[in-house]
Design a protein around this ligand. Structure first.
Ligand code: FMN
Length: 355
């Protein structure tokens, strides 16, 4: 058998291996191979899945928390929401309707949602179209071309902006972008001057040859070859806030558009934020657009309130990213094998819980 390379193998899911004559549980297991390709903060992949005869329970994995950058586990839940969207898209592609219930409960904080699978002749055609984008999507942190969205693209993306407990705000306005850019650069200075923030980030940065299934390989930050071995040490040791702030200011100011996903800080809302975000970036990917996060003003408390005020939001900004045109990022980030995120039914003691 070929050796598992976490940067390559999980991205090469062979569609023809879908067990179309197998049990629903086997089908779900196959679909989860697409769910785990979802993005997550620092590529922690903070999710777990428990297969059932006709569905799956979806859990937060709090052992993979980021206590410094994400002390309230907001981004952890959002990442899991993104994985749920991939599951829905993959199910639609293979001819199944996937019914998801967001069901966080106070007495089982790990359990976030459950999903069931139904054979259906009327699967969501819009979701189906996004299937190829699951393996093409990348966070792309390079500089983008300075140009506006092409005719019709803004309108197409605008169709994805309203949800029930979350929504998306698209800012393609060069009079507002500088004030958001200012908050991004202030966020960089605040975060990078904090050695504890840098320590946490560095602990998830890997060399370009990493064989670990999580974290950010240094090529994701544009750090080449041999130097990538020193990436974590460099990030931990030096406050690179100033150059980062300058670069991000420019990125935000000149972006074809800035995207803000917003909602309340409840788990239900955050799951929807994650789902809407993933649907948005899969759509952007299918339109040959690139994206990268500028989350700093959402992660620094005071700046978050200021961002909320600039945008006139009644609820809270949850994610901020830029979109635009650029060379695609060819190399994917690592993923752990599916087995690493599956839990046995008997291990959680929730036998009484029905889907
Ligand atoms: C909720 C969430 C928050 C993220 N925050 C940041 C961020 O602040 N800065 C950044 O550069 N990337 C951020 N990322 C991107 C992740 O680092 C990226 O998804 C992960 O490394 C996997 O890479 P991939 O998206 O190319 O698969 C975030 C992703 C998610 C889902």
């Amino acid at each position: 058998m070929k050796k598992y390379d976490p940067k390559v193998t999980p991205w090469q899911v062979a569609e023809q291996d879908f067990p179309k004559d197998g049990a629903l549980e086997e089908k779900f297991k196959f679909l989860l191979r697409y769910a785990i390709l979802a993005p997550s903060g620092h590529n922690t992949q903070p999710w777990k899945f428990k297969l059932q005869p006709d569905g799956v329970f979806i859990y937060a994995d709090y052992t993979r928390r980021l206590p410094v950058v994400d002390p309230d586990d907001r981004e952890l839940v959002i990442g899991t929401g993104a994985a749920i969207m991939n599951l829905r898209v993959a199910a639609a592609h293979f001819g199944y309707a996937c019914e998801v219930q967001h069901q966080p409960k106070a007495n089982t904080p790990e359990l976030l949602a459950s999903a069931r699978l139904f054979e259906s002749s009327q699967t969501d055609t819009e979701l189906k179209k996004l299937f190829p984008a699951i393996v093409q999507r990348r966070t792309n942190r390079i500089a983008y071309e300075v140009r506006s969205l092409a005719e019709g693209e803004l309108e197409r993306l605008q169709e994805l902006t309203s949800g029930q407990k979350a929504a998306i705000c698209i800012v393609a306005d060069k009079t507002i972008q500088p004030s958001i850019a200012e908050l991004v650069s202030q966020g960089d200075l605040i975060q990078m001057s904090d050695p504890v923030f840098r320590q946490e980030l560095a602990s998830w940065v890997r060399s370009n040859w990493t064989l670990r299934g999580d974290g950010i390989a240094a090529y994701g930050f544009g750090i080449p070859g041999i130097i990538s071995w020193m990436g974590p040490w460099f990030m931990r040791t030096f406050d690179l806030g100033k150059p980062q702030a300058k670069k991000d200011y420019q990125f935000a100011k000149e972006a074809a558009a800035l995207i803000i996903v917003h909602g309340e800080d409840t788990k239900e809302s955050l799951l929807e934020v994650g789902e809407m975000f993933e649907r948005f970036v899969l759509t952007a990917t299918s339109m040959d657009l690139q994206y990268a996060f500028l989350n700093q003003p959402v992660e620094v408390r005071d700046l978050r309130t200021r961002l909320q005020a600039i945008l006139g939001l009644a609820d809270l900004p949850q994610l901020l990213f830029r979109i635009g045109y650029a060379e695609p990022q060819k190399r994917a980030m690592p993923r752990r094998p599916l087995d690493a995120v599956l839990i046995e039914f008997s291990k959680t003691g929730e036998k009484e819980m029905a889907l």
